[in-house]
Design a protein around this ligand. Structure first.
Ligand code: IFM
Length: 458
């Protein structure tokens, strides 16, 4: 094991692991499609993302994830790194096409065995497994029948959830039903930037409803298969700013908030879909059956919050259906991906959730930044900006906790550089640099900092 913890911690902001409770979950997040590779191995079926990658122009660098980080073979080395960083948790996702390889087929033992080995590997290294059941890799055979737009996909999801939680429920105690339903629904079916690449707002709202419904139905199923399971969902949420004080821009910000944040939070917490958006989007509303909203509001044990950046919104009557647009403010600090860097936005978002919704433990299930990392002549990767990004966001998390937010864990996105969806390999988010030709792993300065931070006073 290399000694990663000898780095001297920079003094600003003053931050120590001891500023957080001893049982705080410290981990990193990953997802199956973005890291595993092993696309055709052990019976894995095609996913919508495999198919999407084949379509010219969909992935910015023309790449695919059939090898990605080759985590399917290199997972012991990758888990070693998480352990060396001093983490006590590891968030991963399970590829549905590895588990149920054909419509109606019985679970694929070889697929389940892979995750079983992975989970055992985590436990051996002192990493609590946090399993996400759906992180966007829908089997293509289900998309051929209509994908998430079709209500029967909810039943197929439950079969997948049942098989997976029966198999791993004796060892996995933390389950996340879905990662970022906004992206599944809206990027997949409204702007078409993600698989399956549809551009139809009404379809996107239907997809969203089925995803939330499947979440609500999965909660008791997971609990019946996994003793003492803690179940939650991970939402991508954004603090919002109005482009000006004009009433039109303020109203536009409210509408954007209605779809971006409240469309998910409100039904999950028993309030149904927000009335202002139901009214504004009346022509595009999904089919909702009598007990659906009750199901969606099935109590959860925690809320996963994925925080990256705030959004600034202006009124735009010419842009249907919401009549809003995003405004890019020129004077803001930004990541290499042009995402605004706003640590205080994280504090603000968490305090808002605390104030507006019922009491619930919160886990920061993703937070991170992409920069154009380079390997220096001496082999090091000096990603000082990412290191500072983590320090400042952890400081904001500490402040949120001081303001009464019940935040119980933090997962950095991501352990290592990986396949960043429509951006291919052009965006690096890792604590570990991946050379995608040789698959060499190099711990970046941010990883060394994380290690020093988590290993201090241990
Ligand atoms: O890479 C993604 C991840 O899959 C979901 N949340 C945001 C990350 C960075 O874009």
């Amino acid at each position: 094991m290399t000694n990663l913890s000898t780095m001297v911690l920079p003094s600003q902001p003053a931050l120590a692991r001891d500023d957080f409770p001893a049982d705080f979950a410290w981990g990193c997040s990953t997802s199956s499609f973005q890291i595993e590779g092993g696309a055709g191995l052990d019976g894995r079926a095609e996913s919508i993302w495999d198919r999407f990658c084949q379509q010219p122009g969909k992935i910015r660098d023309g790449s695919n994830a059939s090898v990605a980080c080759d985590h399917y073979h290199r997972w012991p080395e990758d888990l070693d790194l998480a352990q060396e960083f001093g983490m006590n948790a590891y968030r991963f996702s399970i590829a549905w096409p590895r588990v149920i390889t054909e419509l109606g087929a019985k679970p694929n033992q070889r697929g389940l065995d892979f995750y079983s080995r992975l989970v055992d590997g985590m436990l051996e290294r002192g990493l609590q497994p946090w399993a996400t059941l759906y992180h966007w890799d829908l089997p293509q055979y289900l998309q051929n029948l209509g994908g998430w737009e079709r209500r029967a996909t909810v039943d197929a999801y439950l079969e997948f959830v049942d098989a997976t939680t029966r198999h791993l429920g004796d060892r996995v105690k933390h389950w996340i039903t879905h990662n970022e339903p906004w992206c599944t629904a809206m990027h997949g079916n409204w702007d078409g930037m993600h698989a399956p690449g549809q551009q139809n707002f009404k379809a996107a709202l239907q997809v969203c409803h089925h995803v939330l419904l499947s979440h609500g139905l999965a909660v008791p199923l997971i609990k019946s298969n996994a003793a003492q399971a803690q179940v939650g969902i991970a939402l991508s949420l954004h603090p919002l700013r109005s482009a000006s004080d004009a009433p039109e821009d303020m109203a536009a910000m409210q509408r954007h908030d209605g779809l971006r944040n409240r469309w998910f939070l409100d039904p999950l917490f028993g309030r149904g879909y927000p009335a202002d958006i139901l009214e504004h989007c009346a022509a595009d509303l999904p089919d909702i059956e009598a007990t659906d909203l009750e199901v969606i509001a099935t109590p959860i044990d925690f809320l996963g919050v994925n925080y990256y950046f705030p959004e600034t919104i202006a009124d735009a009557p010419e842009v249907p259906p919401l009549h809003t647009k995003l405004v890019v403010l020129p004077d803001r600090e930004r990541t290499g991906f042009a995402w605004e860097v706003a640590p205080d936005g994280m504090r603000e978002l968490l305090v808002r959730i605390k104030n507006d919704y019922p009491k619930i433990p919160i886990f920061l299930t993703e937070n991170g930044s992409s920069y154009d990392d380079q390997v220096e002549v001496d082999g090091s990767v000096c990603d000082t900006e990412r290191r500072n990004y983590f320090m400042r966001h952890l400081d904001a998390l500490k402040q949120a906790r001081a303001e009464g937010v019940d935040a119980r864990g933090y997962f950095a996105w991501s352990l290592m550089d990986n396949f960043e969806w429509a951006e291919g390999y052009l965006r690096r988010f890792g604590l570990v640099y991946i050379d995608f030709v040789t698959q060499k792993r190099t711990v970046k300065e941010s990883g060394r900092w994380f290690s020093a931070f988590l290993n201090q006073n241990k």
